[in-house]
Design a protein around this ligand. Structure first.
Ligand code: SF4
Length: 205
């Protein structure tokens, strides 16, 4: 029998994939913070709205928290895959969703900051290597896994007192530096990493 957590995970993945596929089909999405990473925040917020019955007002408050986190990254580092790799897109989206989620779970300011920090920290170094230059592979799946990691980051932070070693500001700073240290092959050029495999994989070339 499928347990409740497995069911919730399945819905979380489905929500993230739905938004990402909408983006890939050139439909309407909210850049949160970018098109390629637009599935993460809505997936987490929709899970809380739809499955856990949080009110629209609570979701709006959480979105304000997410917006604040995203803007801090944008102003102090970058949210562009071409500039810092996927850590700036999926990493930032995860950080935004993690902070918002921690806020919904009743987290203190310190726990929210911890969640946001974890969401970004554990994406440090993530490369941008879209196959055929399209925001589909690996991007779409990354949204599903990014949503899950956001939820986990929030739960982890909520189970702590919010105290931790590396601050959100420090992680943002390191993310920017790491991004600039990454070779351009891994920053939206589709010249390295998974992109080199081509559409049908190296074995089929
Ligand atoms: S791999 Fe590149 S294009 Fe895809 S979501 Fe990440 S940053 Fe965006």
């Amino acid at each position: 029998m499928q347990n409740k957590f497995a069911e919730d995970d399945t819905f979380l993945f489905a929500y993230a994939l739905a938004v990402s596929e909408e983006n890939a089909a050139a439909g309407k999405v909210v850049t949160a913070p970018t098109c390629g990473s637009s599935g993460i925040l809505p997936a987490v917020m929709y899970l809380f709205y739809k499955k856990y019955n949080f009110s629209e007002n609570r979701i709006l408050e959480a979105l304000a928290v997410a917006g604040l986190i995203g803007n801090l990254v944008k102003e102090n580092a970058s949210i562009s895959g071409a500039d810092v790799g996927c850590q700036g897109e999926v990493g930032t989206a995860c950080s935004m969703a993690a902070g918002a989620c921690a806020q919904l779970l009743g987290g203190t300011m310190y726990q929210i900051e911890y969640a946001a920090s974890s969401g970004l920290e554990h994406h440090l170094g993530l490369t941008c290597d879209p196959i055929a230059g399209l925001v589909q592979v690996p991007c779409i799946e990354r949204n599903a896994f990014g949503a899950q990691r956001a939820l986990d980051s929030a739960l982890y932070a909520i189970h702590s007192d919010g105290r931790h070693l590396v601050s959100f500001d420090n992680v943002v700073e390191v993310m920017e530096q790491t991004g600039h240290d990454l070779p351009s092959l891994y920053k939206e050029t589709s010249l390295g990493g998974l992109a080199k495999m081509g559409l049908h994989g190296r074995n089929n070339e």
